[in-house]
Design a protein around this ligand. Structure first.
Ligand SMILES: *Cc1c(COP(=O)(O)O)cnc(C)c1O
Length: 359
């Protein structure tokens, strides 16, 4: 098993020097990049590095995984916990910002360290994965809080854990009858598609049997090039096994912040049965000023997607503010004017339409 996923995970480059020596010989390393690598964790899998076409920051794959001197640019609003998750934490590994949903932070590790990560406070910690005792505490809490029926398993990336740990997490959630839906958030379809072995897919599909919760996978593809044949195959295995896959993309400057790239991403996802679910405005996280876009950029992209794409291929464009407020949806304005007895709307191509109130 020379190319097993465990080996690929172990062999991920965890420094700029390793990255240059093993995967990207053309990489030019500056002192600022070394400083950024000291400030925020770095990891790149061989698969993800293989998607790089130009070894510099104009490449959308390179830009998402290689530490940049621009990460050192301070911003007054940048936060280590931009969604204010810590104050919404009833247990160390749980985040609850909605009455019916909670996030379980199953581990701190990831295969690839996204430069735009909003949970660097977790990933930088490098602690152990959720233990059996912690899972028992989570299950107890869920039994005491039956309104929470949808559990998002995240981290870190929960699927870097061995099959047995993934099964233990699902067993703990299955043991709570009020948990009806489990969503597993993972970047691995893009960064380590070999992880989606038949064995793992069997474990995920089995969780639903015997009245267990519905299981979804939330993937994280940001650029059409990330949908490599191996990634498409990983998604197909999940969907074929009855596990719906949806995508949560992040809008990133120089990666996917133009209408044509975003349209190509959504089209490519839709064709392989992955539903574009969210397009997130970048959070006010540390070290990502150079990757953020003005809100106007996303609104312009959404107008183009609305005009050109099938309904199920269009994601919801959202911003996640800190704390309990929940996500804020952003959409291009469609109401042009309210007048007496009618509303004037604007169609995708700008054509006005006057819709009368009932007589
Ligand atoms: C985004 C989020 C959810 C899930 O939100 P959906 O809109 O249902 O996808 C749940 N909990 C937390 C803490 C979140 O940030």
């Amino acid at each position: 098993m020379a190319d097993s996923w465990q080996r690929q995970l172990r062999r991920a480059a965890r420094s700029l020097d390793e990255l240059r020596a093993r995967f990207l010989p053309g990489l030019e390393i500056t002192p600022e990049m070394r400083e950024a690598e000291r400030r925020f964790p770095t990891a790149v899998t061989e698969h993800y590095a293989s998607l790089v076409e130009r070894p510099d920051f104009s490449d959308p794959i390179f830009r998402q995984c290689v530490p940049s001197g621009e990460e050192l640019v301070p911003a007054p609003w940048a936060s280590r916990d931009p969604l204010a998750e810590e104050p919404c934490s009833p247990l160390p590994r749980l985040v609850r910002r909605y009455p019916d949903r909670a996030v379980l932070l199953a581990c701190d590790a990831c295969a690839c360290r996204c430069r735009h990560c909003f949970r660097k406070r977790v990933s930088a910690r490098g602690g152990p994965a959720v233990s059996d005792a912690e899972l028992a505490a989570v299950a107890r809490w869920l039994r005491a809080n039956p309104r929470v029926e949808d559990v998002l398993v995240s981290g870190g990336d929960p699927l870097v854990l061995p099959d047995a740990r993934v099964a233990a997490i699902l067993d703990a959630l299955r043991s709570v009858p009020t948990v009806r839906v489990v969503r597993i958030a993972t970047r691995l379809p893009a960064t380590l598609p070999a992880r989606f072995t038949r064995g793992l897919v069997r474990i995920l599909a089995a969780a639903r049997r015997g009245g267990g919760p519905a299981v979804f996978v939330s993937a994280h593809f940001n650029h059409p090039r990330e949908l490599a044949p191996e990634a498409v195959e990983a998604c197909a295995r999940l969907v074929d096994a009855g596990i719906p896959v949806q995508n949560q993309a992040v809008l990133l400057r120089g990666v996917n912040d133009d209408p044509a790239t975003m349209e190509a991403l959504c089209r490519a996802l839709y064709r392989v049965r992955v539903r574009p679910y969210y397009l997130f405005q970048a959070d006010l996280a540390e070290g990502i000023e150079h990757l953020r876009t003005p809100l106007e950029t996303g609104l312009r992209i959404m107008a183009r997607l609305r005009a050109n794409l099938s309904g199920p291929a269009i994601p919801n464009f959202c911003l996640d503010p800190p704390g309990h407020a929940g996500k804020i949806e952003l959409a291009p304005a469609t109401v042009a004017r309210r007048s007496r007895g009618a509303t004037t709307l604007r169609a995708g191509d700008g054509t006005p339409f006057r819709y009368p109130d009932p007589v």
